[in-house]
Design a protein around this ligand. Structure first.
Ligand code: SF4
Ligand code: SF4
Length: 386
């Protein structure tokens, strides 16, 4: 039976929009928060994911997790510029999106306005790596530097486990579904017939075609780990400690004790990637503070300037600072957190404490002795360890 357009609420757009299924939110929504300011593009996350999930035949080119250098990096080549170009002008009226989403702009007879990459577009996962551009002189962070700099930054990408997935909307076999218990989006490998409609529809290009089995695959949110209360492989492998696997409530049910709710709804420092596309993606980014604002507004929506200001003041905001320090501090999923007496603590769902991190590392000064190279006489002094 053909799907019918219905109105659904998309809080990231500040308005209702058209979609192909009724609004149906999971009991809790898997989410990931990325602090883009801390990434060094070491690709430890990429390798952790690849060696766990996509080491088989037919998966050679698949990177469910990838890191790309913006603005010139893409995987597949040109994924976002092609989609943005197709969609045309994207304007915001304050916090309300005034343009069309990919569902609203779908041509007659199609569910999503989509773009299909060529096979060759999957050949260059590191295209544009470390290539800077333009001038960062007018950015809020670098205004006091005595010399000019160009800018670039690293974007961490996994499937967004969207609230309104384009891959689900476009699948003619109903083979893609969203788990009601955690909102993870999965492809049923038995139902999929390899039509690849999802590859065209997903604007983030996070469904991939297995060349051996001839069916689609995608990031599974490390659900076997989630089921044990553990954070994903890419999160726990992250050298920069910039990722947080968590669960997000809708805005009206936000609980400031919960890490993702605090960052997304309370402080509004973590923002969705290309919210204007209309999928209500569930990966959130703390934007880089050294990049021109117009570029960031196209990437992350209208909340960018406020988020950057907050990040710059984080050292004076113990709650925010404490939560940022809890990133990468434990393999377990932190259900709630608090910051008291200079210590940030994370708690499991049953309320038990699972991690404690001081806001300031203690400084120890200890005496030491050494023989000087010249005289051979012992001397005493102090070494500072921080
Ligand atoms: S990012 Fe793409 S593959 Fe992932 S849920 Fe959204 S539409 Fe589907
Ligand atoms: S492991 Fe962390 S720091 Fe390294 S590339 Fe991935 S997100 Fe960036």
């Amino acid at each position: 039976m053909a799907k019918q357009r219905v109105k659904v609420r998309n809080w990231q757009l500040g308005r209702e929009m058209d979609y192909w299924y009724e609004e149906s939110r999971p009991v809790r929504q898997f989410t990931m928060i990325m602090d883009t300011n801390k990434c060094i593009a070491c690709q430890s996350c990429t390798i952790a994911c690849k060696s766990t999930w996509t080491w088989g035949k037919g998966q050679e080119y698949m990177l469910w997790n990838n890191i790309e250098t913006k603005p010139y990096g893409y995987y597949p080549t040109g994924w976002d510029v092609n989609v943005l170009d197709l969609l045309g002008r994207q304007e915001w009226d304050g916090d309300v999106y005034a343009g069309e989403t990919l569902f609203e702009a779908a041509p007659a007879g199609e569910y999503v306005l989509g773009w299909a990459p060529d096979e060759a577009d999957w050949n260059h996962p590191n295209i544009g790596e470390d290539e800077p551009t333009g001038s960062a002189d007018d950015t809020p962070y670098l205004e006091d530097l005595p010399h000019s700099l160009m800018w670039m930054y690293y974007l961490q990408r996994i499937c967004n486990h969207c609230t309104y997935p384009a891959c689900v909307a476009a699948c003619p076999r109903d083979a893609i579904y969203k788990r009601p218990e955690d909102g993870v989006v999965l492809v049923d490998q038995e139902r999929c017939r390899g039509y690849q409609e999802c590859l065209t529809a997903c604007p983030y290009k996070k469904t991939m075609f297995n060349l051996e089995t001839r069916v689609s695959e995608k990031c599974i949110g490390c659900y076997p780990k989630l089921e044990q209360g553990l954070q994903t492989q890419c999160t726990t492998a992250c050298i920069g400690r910039l990722r947080l696997t968590n669960y997000l409530s809708p805005p009206e049910a936000s609980d400031p004790r919960k890490p993702a709710d605090f960052l997304v709804h309370e402080r509004k420092i973590a923002l969705p990637l290309y919210p204007q596309l209309g999928l209500e993606p569930n990966v959130y980014y703390i934007p880089p503070i050294h990049v021109p604002v117009p570029h960031l507004m196209q990437m992350f929506g209208p909340g960018v300037e406020r988020a950057i200001e907050l990040y710059k003041q984080a050292k004076d905001d113990p709650e925010l600072l404490g939560l940022l320090l809890l990133f990468g501090s434990t393999e377990r999923i932190i259900d709630t957190f608090d910051v008291r007496d200079g210590v940030a603590r994370g708690y499991a769902q049953d309320g038990s404490e699972i991690v404690a991190v001081p806001l300031r590392e203690p400084t120890f000064v200890r005496p030491f002795e050494f023989a000087t190279e010249v005289s051979g006489e012992p001397a005493t002094g102090y070494r500072h360890n921080t």
